[in-house]
Design a protein around this ligand. Structure first.
Ligand code: TYD
Length: 134
């Protein structure tokens, strides 16, 4: 399994008449240990989030509710991943440009991260990002 590529990962789905259940175990369903979880919600229509890269942090993003798009740019290719189910998510390796947009009303994005929050890990300048990946 290649770990350094952005990709959708299917999660376990336990179907039940009482309602469905999915789960994530670190290093089993996602290729990193979880140091932090955060979630994005109440996003006003038309807003974009992200728009940066991380030097070290890896993430796994799940649409727990509603839908949104994650745009991944590795400096060569740009891919749009539409997340709209809670039984799969997007693995985002370090060193890619990522942006989130097209949030539906009441969407809820869960983000699992491999590092604690560190402002110094962010690259906000696209030209700097391009230079970094050369
Ligand atoms: P940021 O990561 O820039 O949000 P987005 O990429 O969605 O635009 O974070 C927004 C603010 O929240 C910023 O001031 C940093 C703060 N923040 C934390 O304090 N801890 C965290 O784990 C995260 C993700 C953000």
């Amino acid at each position: 399994m290649t770990y350094n590529l952005s990709r959708l990962i299917d999660l376990p789905k336990i179907l039940d008449d009482r309602g469905n259940l999915s789960f994530i175990e670190e290093l089993r369903h996602i290729p990193f240990k979880i140091e932090r979880s955060y979630w994005i919600y109440d996003v006003p229509g038309g807003e974009k989030r992200g728009g940066h890269a991380y030097k070290e942090n890896q993430e796994f993003i799940v649409a727990l509710s509603g839908s949104f798009d994650v745009i991944i740019d590795d400096g060569k290719n740009r891919n749009v991943f539409s997340l709209n189910r809670s039984y799969y998510g997007l693995y985002v390796p370090k060193g890619v440009w990522r942006q989130m947009e097209n949030f539906s009303t009441n969407s809820l994005a869960l983000v699992l991260a491999s590092t604690k929050y560190d402002a110094a890990d962010y690259i906000f300048d696209y030209d700097e990002f391009k230079r970094m990946i050369l």
